[in-house]
Design a protein around this ligand. Structure first.
Ligand SMILES: N[C@@H](CCC[C@H](N)C(=O)O)C(=O)O
Length: 279
């Protein structure tokens, strides 16, 4: 099977083109787990499929490293846009639509003189706040902020959906935060019906923030595009951030802009290698 490894700010996935590979004989969750395993597979944060769409120019499906299928993936969308453009799937259009389980988004690629795409903007649409949006059993305030208890400690955060669920917490120092210890406890907290992605963010000024994430189904990753969108939206709602912000993630920087309520995300997309796996 032909696969391509790509990353965006270190958030790395194995990409498979359904235009080239027939996957009907595979159990997709198992395939994602196998490929993501660094010892017995390739090693990645998960698997992403690029395929034909009835409703948009192309379709993305995203599976986390544990095999669960997610609704959306911001870093994946930028890589899918790069892949689709460079492989001629969108016939040279620099602006096109990608279908996800969370809906259809617009992507804009910026090819260089050789036709390679180093960076991409995706219009991620509007985000939703509150318990219903993320599948949270419990109360929230009018801003969509909720508290949960873990081993006697209280954690407060914004419930934000970017198609997929996020719990965004403003903390004093995201860089030093024990993400590995607290992240999984919140991901699996019984209040979150579908589990959740967990963000720990520290605004440094109204224009930039430090960001760390514990991703549902993948654990600590170097970046999370939907998480960055959710965090900036929460920061704007809290009056802490402006509408044009640079997010500092472990793997590099992402530009997030909120324009007329819509969240635009701009950042890199990188191909690492293309090869063949025998699975
Ligand atoms: N890394 C992604 C999000 C991938 C899915 C997420 N773990 C979930 O289960 O919702 C991004 O860049 O947005």
């Amino acid at each position: 099977m032909k696969v391509t490894k790509m990353h965006a700010l270190g958030n790395n996935y194995i990409y498979i083109s359904e235009f080239e590979e027939k996957l009907t004989n595979y159990q997709l969750s198992d395939l994602a787990v196998q490929l993501s395993d660094v010892r017995k597979g390739i090693g990645s944060d998960g698997m992403i499929l690029i395929g034909p769409s009835q409703r948009a120019d192309i379709r993305m499906r995203i599976f986390n490293a544990d095999g669960s299928e997610a609704e959306n993936c911001g870093n994946g969308l930028r890589c899918v846009a790069k892949y689709a453009y460079e492989h001629g799937y969108v016939h040279g259009q620099t602006n096109f639509q990608i279908e996800t389980k969370a809906g259809i988004v617009d992507a804009t690629v910026y090819p260089d003189a050789k036709g390679y795409v180093p960076s991409v903007t995706v219009d991620m649409g509007t985000v939703q706040f509150g318990p219903e949006a993320v599948g949270f059993r419990g109360e929230a305030d009018r801003a969509g902020r909720a508290s949960i208890e873990v081993n006697g400690d209280i954690y407060s955060g914004y419930l934000v959906s970017v198609g997929n669920p996020h719990f965004v917490q403003f903390v004093e120092n995201a860089k030093e935060y024990p993400v590995e210890e607290i992240g999984p406890k919140i991901e699996h907290h019984p209040s979150f019906i579908h589990r959740t992605n967990v963000e720990f963010v520290t605004p440094k000024t109204p224009y930039e923030l430090d960001f760390r994430v514990w991703e549902r189904g993948s654990g600590i990753t170097f970046a999370c595009g939907t998480g960055a969108c959710a965090s900036v939206a929460a920061g704007v709602a809290a009056g802490l951030l402006a509408e044009q912000v640079t997010v500092h993630l472990l793997g590099g920087d992402l530009r997030i802009e909120i324009r007329n309520g819509r969240v635009l995300m701009t950042g890199e997309a990188v191909e690492v290698f293309t090869g063949e796996v025998h699975i």
